[in-house]
Write a protein that binds this ligand. Sequence first.
Ligand SMILES: [Zn+2]
Ligand SMILES: [Zn+2]
Length: 209
Amino acid sequence: MTASHSSSDTDYACNPKVTPLPDCSHHSMPDSDVSVKDNRDSNVQALSCHSQVDSTVLEQRIAIAKQTCQSQGIRFTPLREQVYRLILQAPTPIGAYDLLAQLQKLSDKTVAPPTVYRSLDFLLEYGFIHQLSSSKVFFPCCQPDDKHVAAFLICQQCGDVQEFSHSPLDSVIQQVASQSQFDIQSSVIELLGYCQQCKEKSATKRSIG
Ligand SMILES: [Zn+2]
Ligand SMILES: [Zn+2]
C-alpha cells in the first residue's frame, strides 16, 4: 500500500467509474458482468486487469507511472519501465524468475537479480503493481493512480486474478486501523476459489460426461 498516489482518477481504462475496455479482461464476459455503476461502495466491480493490456492501455499506464514519479521527484529508470512493461504485457500474473528470464532475453549484458528486485519493490511501493502473498506472482494494479486496499479473487483452476477495490472493505479496514491507532503499511486480501469460466467449463464437462 502506498500513501503517495494522487487522487486523480479520471481517464484510464480500468477505473470502476467507467466501463472497462474489453481488453481489461482476457475472458469474454457477458455484458451484464461488465456493467459498472457510479457508486463505488454499493457496487464493487472486480477487474481482470493484469492480463492482455492492449498497447493503448499499456502506454497510458506507463505515462501515469512517469507522471507520478516526476511529480514526486523520483526517477522512473529504464529498468523500472522495462519491468513494468513486462508485467503489463504478461498474459497472466508473472513470477520474479520468469521476469528475470525475459529481461535476460532482452539484454546483451547479464541482468543482476538484485536490481530487478529493487525495481519490483519500487513498483510495489508506488502501487503500480501488486504481488500475491500466496504465490508471490506480480501483476499490474487496475487503479495505479488511486490509493486503495487491494483485494483479489484468485482462481485455483486457471490462475486468473481479478482485483476489486474501493469496496466497503476499504472503510472497514481504515476504521479498524484508526481505532487501534495502527498505521497500515501494506494489505493484500486474497480470496481463493473458482472463476466463472472455470465453473462453467466443469459444469459442461459434467453434463457431457
Ligand atoms: Zn490495485
Ligand atoms: Zn478460472
